[in-house]
Design a protein around this ligand. Structure first.
Ligand SMILES: [Zn+2]
Length: 281
C-alpha cells in the first residue's frame, strides 16, 4: 500500500523523501510551486539524481504533486487564463524533469458563468498546455466538493473535460475522500462505495483514476463543503476510512493525507493510526 501525506519540497526532493520515510510514509504530496501561486523553484540536475537515489533506497512509490489553489483554468479574465496556461505547462515540465508521476489540479471556478462555460475554458488551456503523447508525468483533475462555482464537482464534468481535451494519456483523475463524501458518496456503507465505483466506471473509467487524497470530513454527507478533518475524527470516521484502506481497488491508489496539522511531524502518528486499523499490518 502507498500511504503518505502532503509535505514540502522547498528544502529539496531528497529531503522530502527522507522526511516521508521518517514519518512511516512511502509516498507524499507537495506543492509544485508556492501555494499562493508565485515563483517556482528550479530543480538542478544534481538534486534530481540525489532524489532518484533516495527514493530507490527508501522505497518511495508514486508521488502526487499539487498545483497552487490560486491557478484558475476556468476563470473569465484573459490575464487569469494566461497565467493558468503558463503554470500548467511550466509545472508539468518541471515535475516531468524529476520523473514525478502525478500532479493534481483543481479544475477551477467558473465565477457564475455556468459549468459549460467553465469546462470550455479549462479544456482550451489543457489543449494548449498539456503534452498529447505519453510522458512520465500525468496531470490529475481533482474531484471537488461542489462549493460555490467549482468546476469538476461530478464525474460527468471531469469526463467531459477529458473527452473534450481529446483524452490524452497525460490526463487523469485524483479522488478526494472528503470532497466525494461532500458530493454524497457514503464511504461508511458498502452501497455508497459501490455507487462510487459504478459512477467512475460509467464516466472517466477506473484506468484514469491514479491517486486519492485520504481525508476525513468536518461536514455531513452531501454538504458540498470542503473542510478536511483528521482520520477517524470526522464524519467518515474510522469506519469510512477503513473501508477505503481495505478496498481491493481503492487501496491500490497512492493515498495521501491532507488533514489539518500544525507540524508535518504530526503525520507520523496519523499514518501509524491508519496502519493500526488494518488487520495484521
Ligand atoms: Zn486539492
Amino acid at each position: 500500500m502507498w500511504l503518505g501525506a502532503h509535505l514540502t519540497i522547498s528544502s529539496g526532493l531528497p529531503e522530502a523523501a527522507e522526511t516521508a520515510s521518517g514519518l512511516g510514509a512511502n509516498t507524499f504530496a507537495y506543492f509544485t510551486r508556492n501555494p499562493r501561486g508565485g515563483s517556482a523553484r528550479l530543480i538542478p540536475p544534481e538534486e534530481v539524481s540525489a532524489w532518484q537515489e533516495a527514493r530507490t533506497r527508501l522505497g518511495i512509490g508514486p508521488t502526487v504533486g499539487h498545483m497552487p489553489y490560486t491557478v484558475n483554468l476556468a476563470g473569465n479574465k484573459t490575464s487569469v487564463q494566461d497565467f493558468a496556461r503558463m503554470v500548467v505547462a511550466d509545472d508539468f515540465r518541471r515535475v516531468e524533469s524529476f520523473s514525478g508521476e502525478y500532479m493534481c489540479l483543481h479544475p477551477g471556478s467558473h465565477l457564475g458563468d455556468g459549468a459549460e462555460a467553465g469546462i470550455e475554458r479549462v479544456v482550451a488551456i489543457l489543449k494548449d498546455a498539456l503534452p498529447r503523447s505519453s510522458a512520465s508525468t500525468t496531470l490529475l483533475l481533482e474531484t471537488m466538493a461542489g462549493s460555490g462555482s467549482e468546476v469538476g464537482a461530478s464525474f460527468a464534468e471531469l469526463a467531459q473535460i477529458i473527452d473534450q481535451t481529446g483524452a490524452p494519456p497525460t490526463l487523469g483523475v485524483c479522488l478526494d475522500s472528503c470532497h466525494l463524501f461532500s458530493q454524497g458518496y457514503d464511504f461508511t456503507t458498502e452501497s455508497g462505495i459501490e455507487r462510487l465505483l459504478k459512477d467512475i466506471d460509467q464516466s472517466v473509467g477506473r484506468d484514469r483514476v491514479r491517486a486519492m487524497h485520504l481525508n476525513d470530513s468536518k461536514f455531513p454527507l452531501g454538504s458540498h463543503k470542503d473542510r478536511h478533518q483528521n482520520l477517524g475524527q470526522g464524519t467518515l470516521g474510522k469506519a469510512g476510512i477503513l473501508n477505503i484502506l481495505r478496498h481491493p481497488w481503492l487501496s491500490t491508489l497512492p493515498l495521501v493525507l491532507e488533514t489539518p496539522v500544525t507540524d508535518i511531524q504530526e503525520y507520523a502518528a496519523e499514518i501509524a493510526l491508519a496502519k493500526s486499523w488494518l488487520p495484521s499490518a
